[in-house]
Design a protein around this ligand. Sequence first.
Ligand SMILES: CSC[C@@H](O)[C@@H](O)C(=O)COP(=O)(O)O
Ligand SMILES: [Zn+2]
Length: 238
Amino acid sequence: MCNHTSETDALIHSTDPNHPANLICELCKLFYNNGWVTGTGGGISIREGDKIYLAPSGVQKERMKPENMFVMDNETQEYLRTPEVFKPSACTPLFLSAYKLRDAGACIHTHSQAAVMCTLLFDKVFRIANIEQIKAIPKVTEPGYLGFFDTLEIPIIENTAREEDLTDSLQEAIRQYPGTTAVLVRRHGIYVWGESVWKAKIYNEAIDYLLDIAVKMKQFGLDPAGEIGSEKKIQQLN
Ligand SMILES: CSC[C@@H](O)[C@@H](O)C(=O)COP(=O)(O)O
Ligand SMILES: [Zn+2]
């Protein structure tokens, strides 16, 4: 049941462009323009202090307005604000998993084609090494970022008929890969989280770049996690 009063509306109305309700709308437009959240797929949730901001389900994510947002209490997981008409994103339990298990400040879900392609080209884990952009990815288990010579690993879980049924396997992957800041979902997309909304945005962009280049490397017969110099074989053929 919707519960918007002037009091609960104050939770989502702000002239501050960095207010989570405004940021969700702004970032979804950016993501849409990258082909990451088209056709209502994908989305983003932000946690700020004790409040979690969630988008509605099944809507054009690039056209959302702050007044369409749900607000949940992080402790009790009760809705502090529910808009009229909409139900919350089906990704809600997955976003909550990133908050609960990783203390994330935001979680992004995309249907990026590069992500989907990588789930077809890799079996249980996506791996890439020796590409400069890896340096934007956090180590997670210790302070700092991966280095140029490090291998980035992202676990791949199997898709389910309903988004919310991914929750158990996403949580298992998070526990099994304590160093990961993302989980790929086969034939579906990716979940990426970070300490803050801006970190999550950067990680998602850097990971998508790496997924995209991995697909291109595979097309040329190169192993994305291969040694430096393995490209020589390909160069000799050209
Ligand atoms: C194109 S429908 C996609 C949904 O089933 C789901 O995968 C998704 O990413 C978005 O769910 P939503 O409930 O609209 O936030
Ligand atoms: Zn999805």
